[in-house]
Design a protein around this ligand. Structure first.
Ligand SMILES: Nc1ncnc2c1ncn2[C@@H]1O[C@H](COP(=O)(O)OP(=O)(O)O)[C@@H](O)[C@H]1O
Ligand SMILES: [Mg+2]
Length: 368
C-alpha cells in the first residue's frame, strides 16, 4: 500500500525547468537572506499557514450543509480538468462547478458503483448526526459541549453515469437510484474530458472538495519545498499545484526522511502534512480537534454504518473557494461491512492500523 501512496503523493512529474526557466524568477535576483531574515521568513510562512488553514476556535467552524449551493449543473460546457488519480479512478473538475467527475479505470467499474452506494449512505448518516449534534438539548449532560462537536464533511454524491452498453440501471444492485444510462450524456460531455478519457466508462459525480487558498499554497511551498528560489517559484507556478488539498497525517512525523530519488517536483496535490510539520504552525487544540473528528468519524462508520472505513482518506479542503478549510473524509471504494462479532472487530481494527498515517498513534514509550 505504501508503494501506491508514494506514487500518488510524489509521482507527479513536474518539469521544474520547463515551467520556470532558469533566471526568470524574481526571487533569484536577490542576495541570499541572512540567518535572521531566514528565521523571519520562516515565521511569517508559518503564521500564514496557521491563519489560512485553521479556525482560531475549532468549534466555531461552520456546520451548515451546503445543499443550496450544491446544484446539479450538468449543462456546463467548460472543459474538465484532471485533478487527481488513484488506483480505482481518475478525477476531473469543471471550472465554476461544485462537482467532480470520477471515471473508473479498467477493472474498477464495479468498485466505482460500490463507492457510489457507500458514499451516498455515509453522506446521509453523517448529515443526520451533524444535525443531531447541533440541536441537542435536555439530555441531562453538557448540551453546549455536545453542540460544539464537529465531524468531518463527506462529499455529497450525485449522478452515476453508465456507458451506453451497460445493462439497465434498474437491474443494478449496488448502484443507488441516481443513475443515468444515456448515450446522450456522453455525446454532450465526453468531448469535455481530456483526449485520452473521452470513451464512455462508468463515471460518478460528487461534490468537489475545493483547494486551500492561494496564500496557503504559497506558504506551503515557501515553508516546505526543498531547493532554491527557482524551484520554489516553479512549484508555485505549476498549474497542477493549484489543486491543493492537504492530507492530515497525525500518525507520522516527516522527520528527516527524504523523498525518493525519482522525485523531481514538489507536489501540492494531496500534500502530506505530517504531525511534526503541522506542529510548527497549528495549535495543539486545533490538532486535537482534527484527531477527535477522525475518532468520531470512525465511531459513526463502525457503530452506525457498521462498516470498517477501510482505506478512507482525511484531507483539509474548502466547501467553497476562499473559505477556511474543513476536514473531509472520502474515498470509499475499499470500505466493507463488519459483523457484530470478534471477526468484525478485528477487521475494523486492522483497517485502522493498515490505513495511511491519518490517525494519531500512542507515543512510543507506551508501546504497541
Ligand atoms: N471530491 C473531490 N474533490 C476534490 N478532489 C478529489 C475528490 N475526489 C477525489 N479527489 C482527488 O482525486 C484523487 C483520487 O481520487 P480517489 O477517490 O482517492 O481515487 P481512488 O479511489 O482511485 O484512490 C484524490 O486523492 C484527490 O486528490
Ligand atoms: Mg484514493
Amino acid at each position: 500500500m505504501n508503494k501506491r501512496r508514494n506514487a500518488m503523493i510524489f509521482g507527479l512529474d513536474i518539469d521544474t525547468e520547463a515551467s520556470c526557466p532558469k533566471g526568470s524568477s524574481p526571487e533569484q535576483a536577490r542576495d541570499p537572506p541572512t540567518a535572521k531574515e531566514s528565521n523571519d521568513i520562516k515565521r511569517s510562512n508559518y503564521n500564514a499557514l496557521g491563519r489560512e488553514l485553521f479556525h482560531d476556535n475549532p468549534s466555531d467552524a461552520p456546520t451548515y450543509v451546503p445543499q443550496s449551493y450544491f446544484r446539479n449543473d450538468t449543462s456546463s460546457t467548460s472543459k474538465f480538468k484532471h485533478i487527481g488519480r488513484g488506483t480505482c479512478g481518475v478525477v476531473f473538475a469543471q471550472r465554476g462547478s461544485a462537482f467532480v467527475w470520477k471515471q473508473a479505470l479498467p477493472g474498477y467499474e464495479n468498485a466505482l458503483g460500490w463507492e457510489q452506494a457507500v458514499q451516498w449512505r455515509t453522506y446521509h448518516v453523517f448529515e443526520h448526526v451533524r444535525a443531531q449534534l447541533a440541536t441537542t438539548e435536555d439530555h441531562g449532560v453538557n448540551n453546549e459541549y455536545i453542540r460544539s462537536l464537529t465531524i468531518p464533511l463527506i462529499p455529497a454524491t450525485s449522478t452515476f453515469v453508465l456507458p451506453k452498453h451497460s445493462k439497465s440501471p434498474e437491474k443494478s444492485k449496488t448502484i443507488p437510484r441516481l443513475t443515468w444510462n444515456t448515450a446522450a450524456w456522453w455525446q454532450s460531455h465526453g468531448r469535455l474530458f481530456t483526449s485520452e478519457y473521452q470513451d464512455p466508462v462508468p463515471t460518478r459525480c460528487s461534490q468537489r472538495i475545493f483547494p486551500v487558498s492561494s496564500a496557503a499554497r504559497k506558504a506551503l511551498v515557501d515553508a516546505f519545498c526543498p531547493g532554491d528560489a527557482t524551484r520554489r517559484a516553479s512549484a508555485k507556478a505549476h498549474p497542477a499545484n493549484s489543486d491543493c488539498i492537504i492530507r492530515i497525517y497525525l500518525g507520522r512525523n516527516k522527520g528527516s526522511q527524504r523523498a525518493n530519488s525519482n522525485f523531481r517536483g514538489f507536489s501540492l496535490r494531496n500534500f502530506p502534512l505530517f504531525l511534526d510539520r503541522a506542529r510548527k504552525f497549528a495549535r495543539e487544540i486545533q490538532l486535537q480537534d482534527l484527531a477527535a473528528q477522525m475518532g468520531r468519524a470512525l465511531a459513526i462508520c463502525h457503530w452506525a454504518l457498521q462498516n470498517d472505513a477501510n482505506d478512507v482518506e482525511f484531507v483539509l479542503g474548502c466547501v467553497k473557494p476562499g473559505e477556511v478549510p474543513r476536514l473531509w473524509m472520502f474515498d470509499f471504494d475499499k470500505v466493507r461491512g463488519i459483523e457484530w462479532s470478534e471477526g468484525g472487530m478485528v477487521q475494523a481494527v486492522e483497517s485502522v492500523v493498515r490505513n495511511d498515517s491519518y490517525f494519531p498513534r500512542a507515543p512510543p514509550e507506551l508501546g504497541e
